[in-house]
Design a protein around this ligand. Structure first.
Ligand SMILES: [Zn+2]
Length: 389
């Protein structure tokens, strides 16, 4: 009996500790008060079938609540984000091979390779065998490719397209792997993983990239004026700081499109809104609002291009939701209370939006791996998954 009480007490104590460790937070934000709400028209379904180019937009940590909060804060409940003009919607289950709650490495590898892998894995399967990515297939088929992020470009999401390492923390190895990927465009933060004075092995990757034909860019002015055939833009030491002189996501994607469209065979471009996830980790609605604005401006640039081009498939989704964000209570006519359930990722499914030829392929409920497999098939670069021997 005494033992039973002791065990019960220990159990209750452990439970209480666990409860205490769980963070949650309520905060409020101002709804957009713009009288004439910005409301870009809905885009139509494409009647074309050929997919020459794929632009894959990943809102890291971007769930339904993040998009809706962004909409309410930026354009108001009657307005519409550019993201919300895409005519096809789907829903994606985000689990990894070892956890129902994925991290960004396994989440991105599901999209890049079309496989489930363990949290932390970059372009390798659960047995740590490298998997071929859609970007690598596109390069093999003669298309041009690019990666854009607002984190370090060596961060988990972009890394999973052009590197193969067993752990996402190996960012020096990831930067070195990029050199062999053949991708024409890398734009984001992460100078410290390339510069000899900041790398632990003093390897001068900056010079190696230059010798391989990349124009190295450090600020927005250099980016705007860039005319190289290959671009390595490293606009912050690590993640972008949102400081003056750094380019916006829209400026990065504009330059990438200018370069990638020169390839008559087509292109694959992945753009990540990396810091939407970081706003979720820090339970910061104002941070989320700024990042949603930067991301949606880039989405506008992408959709304007795709509308004019007609042969570009645009797909937006998230790798997972971050923060367990929900919209709670309208505390006043112009403010809304939100609730963050966690400072980690959650396991709720995420939204997908698509526009352009074959967009209808992305209707319905999908596993994250199916999204990557479909993108490679529709771009006609090969059938994922492929493991290297
Ligand atoms: Zn995260």
């Amino acid at each position: 009996m005494k033992n039973f009480i002791l065990v019960t007490l220990t159990f209750i104590l452990a439970l209480a500790c666990q409860q205490a460790e769980m963070e949650d937070k309520t905060e409020a934000f101002q709804l957009s008060s713009s009288v004439s709400a910005e409301k870009p028209p809905m885009l139509s379904m494409s009647d074309k079938t050929t997919v020459k180019n794929v632009i894959f937009l990943i809102g890291d940590g971007t769930g339904f609540a993040q998009i809706t909060a962004g909409q309410y804060a930026l354009v108001g409940p009657e307005g519409r984000l550019h993201l919300q003009t895409m005519p096809v919607t789907g829903t994606v289950k985000t689990s990894s091979s070892d956890n129902l709650i994925t991290d960004s490495a396994a989440g991105a590898t599901a999209y890049s390779c079309g496989i489930k892998t363990y949290n932390g894995a970059i372009g390798v399967n659960p047995e740590q065998v490298p998997c071929t990515t859609i970007l690598e297939l596109a390069e093999q088929e003669g298309l041009s490719t690019g990666l854009i992020s607002t984190s370090s470009i060596t961060h988990a999401t972009p890394a999973s397209y052009a590197a193969h390492v067993n752990d996402r923390g190996m960012q020096e190895d990831i930067a070195a792997d990029f050199l062999d990927s053949g991708a024409e465009v890398f734009l984001g933060g992460g100078w410290k993983w390339f510069a000899p004075e900041l790398r632990s092995d003093s390897l001068d990757l900056v010079t190696q990239f230059e010798e391989s034909g990349y124009q190295v860019l450090r600020n927005a002015t250099q980016l705007i004026n860039a005319n190289g055939e290959r671009l390595l833009g490293l606009f912050a030491e690590d993640g972008m700081e949102r400081e003056e002189g750094e380019p916006s996501s829209s400026q990065m994607v504009e330059k990438a499109l200018e370069l990638l469209t020169k390839d008559e065979d087509g292109f694959f471009l992945m753009l990540e809104g990396s810091q939407i996830d970081w706003a979720g980790h820090s339970n910061d609605i104002e941070y989320l609002k700024r990042e949603m604005k930067d991301f949606d401006d880039a989405v506008k640039t992408v959709l304007d291009f795709a509308e004019q081009d007609g042969e570009t498939l645009v797909v937006f989704t998230a790798d997972h939701e971050t923060g367990g964000l929900t919209l709670l209570d309208q505390t006043a006519s112009d403010s809304l209370q939100v609730y963050w359930a966690t400072t980690h990722h959650s396991g709720v499914p995420v939204p997908l939006m698509a526009y352009g030829p074959q967009a209808q392929e992305f209707m319905g409920w999908m596993d994250n791996t199916e999204v990557g497999i479909k993108l490679a098939r529709l771009l006609q670069v090969g059938d994922l998954p492929i493991l290297s021997e």
